[in-house]
Design a binder for this molecule. Structure first.
Ligand code: TYD
Length: 207
């Protein structure tokens, strides 16, 4: 593998999409060639799997089934789009990857990190990113930005508990995979966070 594989992670509402968009603008302006994809999705098969996972009608889907579907979409994307590009020496950026499964399914849904790691090791043969940019912002701060949690809303409150677990999961992953994780404080203005991302990618020699 000659290219560089960079993934983006973070809880809901931390501004991940906006930061990826700002990074794209920067890369284009500076004539850096890159390929951007997202999870779940990024190939026709993976997009179909995405539709099954996110379809609100599939209320009977078990947590195990969900975790396996994410892994299935992932290996398809890896083999069809990511690996060939890395083999050609390209820079590949991916909006979410296996750490999302570890944080959401492993930690937050309670399937256990070991189970999620096992099925993903099987699916992607331990194919990990070179760097993972984790946009760090607590779910409380993220909700505050969007106007606060409605305390009378049971779903928003239980949602909060779930997102807290996702956040704690990410913190544990950042500690466990120190060499790969780059923790970016996303609590400031969007331009500040963008500057931190650029500085980190430059420091690692990615751009
Ligand atoms: P998406 O609309 O792409 O959300 P976001 O903009 O936050 O990335 O939906 C992806 C959802 O799927 C998001 O809630 C995180 C979740 N997810 C998992 O639970 N496990 C995974 O392995 C992946 C890749 C995503």
């Amino acid at each position: 593998m000659k290219g560089i594989f960079v993934t983006f992670e973070g809880c809901e509402g931390v501004g991940k999409s906006r930061q990826i968009h700002l990074l794209e603008e920067y890369l284009k302006k500076n004539n850096v060639k890159y390929y951007l994809t997202r999870e779940p999705g990024g190939t026709p098969v993976s997009e179909q799997i995405r539709n099954v996972i996110l379809d609100g009608k599939n209320v009977s889907m078990t947590d195990e089934c969900e975790a396996l579907l994410y892994a299935a979409a992932r290996v398809q994307l890896l083999k069809e789009e990511v690996k060939p590009r890395l083999d050609r020496g390209e820079l590949v950026l991916c909006d979410r990857y296996v750490d999302s499964s570890l944080a959401y399914q492993g930690y937050a849904r309670g399937l256990g990190v070991e189970f999620v790691e096992k099925i993903n090791d099987y699916a992607i043969k331990n194919f990990m990113p070179d760097y993972t940019l984790f946009l760090k912002l607590t779910p409380e701060e993220a909700f505050k930005r969007k106007g606060g949690v409605d305390k009378t809303d049971r779903l928003e409150l239980s949602g909060m508990e779930f997102h807290q677990k996702v956040y704690q999961g990410y913190l544990a992953l950042a500690e466990k995979y120190k060499d790969r994780f780059i923790v970016i404080d996303a609590s400031g203005e969007k331009e500040e966070t963008h500057a931190k991302i650029i500085a980190a990618l430059k420091e690692k020699g990615v751009i």
